[in-house]
Write a protein that binds this ligand. Sequence first.
Ligand SMILES: *[C@@H]1O[C@H](CO)[C@@H](O)[C@H](O)[C@H]1NC(C)=O
Ligand SMILES: *[C@@H]1O[C@H](CO)[C@@H](O)[C@H](O)[C@H]1NC(C)=O
Ligand SMILES: *[C@@H]1O[C@H](CO)[C@@H](O)[C@H](O)[C@H]1NC(C)=O
Ligand SMILES: *[C@@H]1O[C@H](CO)[C@@H](O)[C@H](O)[C@H]1NC(C)=O
Ligand SMILES: *[C@@H]1O[C@H](CO)[C@@H](O)[C@H](O)[C@H]1NC(C)=O
Ligand SMILES: *[C@@H]1O[C@H](CO)[C@@H](O)[C@H](O)[C@H]1NC(C)=O
Length: 276
Amino acid sequence: MSILALTCAGSIFLLYLLSSVSMVMSQTFPYSHCPRGSNNTASTKFRDNLDNLFNGKLYDERGNSLSYNTTDGEIPDRVYSNYICRFDFSPETCRNCVSNATKNIVQQCNGTQEAVLWYPTCMVRYSYRNFFSTLELVPIIYAWNAGNITRPAQFAMILNQTFNDLIERAPLNPSKYATHEGIISDFERLYSLAQCTEDLSTEDCGACLKAAFDRVTADNVQGKQGGRVLIPSCFVRYELFRFYGDPYVGSPGPISQPDAKLYSLDQKARKKQKQR
Ligand SMILES: *[C@@H]1O[C@H](CO)[C@@H](O)[C@H](O)[C@H]1NC(C)=O
Ligand SMILES: *[C@@H]1O[C@H](CO)[C@@H](O)[C@H](O)[C@H]1NC(C)=O
Ligand SMILES: *[C@@H]1O[C@H](CO)[C@@H](O)[C@H](O)[C@H]1NC(C)=O
Ligand SMILES: *[C@@H]1O[C@H](CO)[C@@H](O)[C@H](O)[C@H]1NC(C)=O
Ligand SMILES: *[C@@H]1O[C@H](CO)[C@@H](O)[C@H](O)[C@H]1NC(C)=O
Ligand SMILES: *[C@@H]1O[C@H](CO)[C@@H](O)[C@H](O)[C@H]1NC(C)=O
């Protein structure tokens, strides 16, 4: 499989070559994943349940929580769903994002029985199978900052130290996130964030972040100064600027930093076997 990404006038075009099949996709946030096919077609009852869940339960029960999981309906049409927001956002911003994400996922993935969608600040997911407390590493979406770094070997070392630390600390935090400030020089820092869904075990959270790091190192040869990895069970981001704020404590949320650079996108829908 080979992947080529070009950026053009602010939008991202992805040329995706998979075996002999090739297709061109234009994609930016939100990123959604809901492969079409007969095995991903929802029943009418499932769709009703999903509608209920997005218009009711996922909204009503969650309170001020930055992540939540719930179900609607009875087997075999039961819907399992969760969302997660970045640790530093206010409940209001989180609600806003989740509300956008549920609308968007229903549009982009209409009629599927399994889907996941990411905004920069939140992720929403639903499925016909119970994925709660289950490590899910498919798909892995990697997007990198177009800016280059000057000293790749040093940068790789700092990334390695960063992830060693994040993989150690995030899983042990009850809120399942950690940030890290790596020192590049007197005036340069590498700011990183890792967060898992809260229902994951310590081990699974660590495994997810390790998978994210493997994805980063696979592409770091290109010497990019920032990147994001989006996985259903966790996400990470690293940049040369402080893109995250402090945990929300009841005051107005952080002023969201505009993304400094254009992002290129590489989606690797790994053909790993899925648990059922
Ligand atoms: C549907 O089946 C295809 C081929 O067997 C497989 O590659 C794909 O992952 C399946 N999709 C789902 C949602 O199970
Ligand atoms: C959310 O997930 C946890 C962990 O698997 C589970 O114990 C809990 O019952 C789930 N919540 C709902 C409302 O299904
Ligand atoms: C949600 O959508 C509204 C309207 O399109 C937009 O103004 C707002 O910025 C979005 N919020 C998030 C968190 O994406
Ligand atoms: C989903 O598709 C159905 C027809 O298959 C259509 O009636 C409905 O309006 C669509 N919903 C959205 C949100 O696009
Ligand atoms: C980064 O380096 C690559 C390869 O040397 C080059 O093609 C690209 O234009 C550079 N990007 C920036 C933003 O300078
Ligand atoms: C960093 O490098 C060391 C030595 O090569 C390796 O043992 C370790 O697993 C790496 N860290 C991560 C997070 O992969």
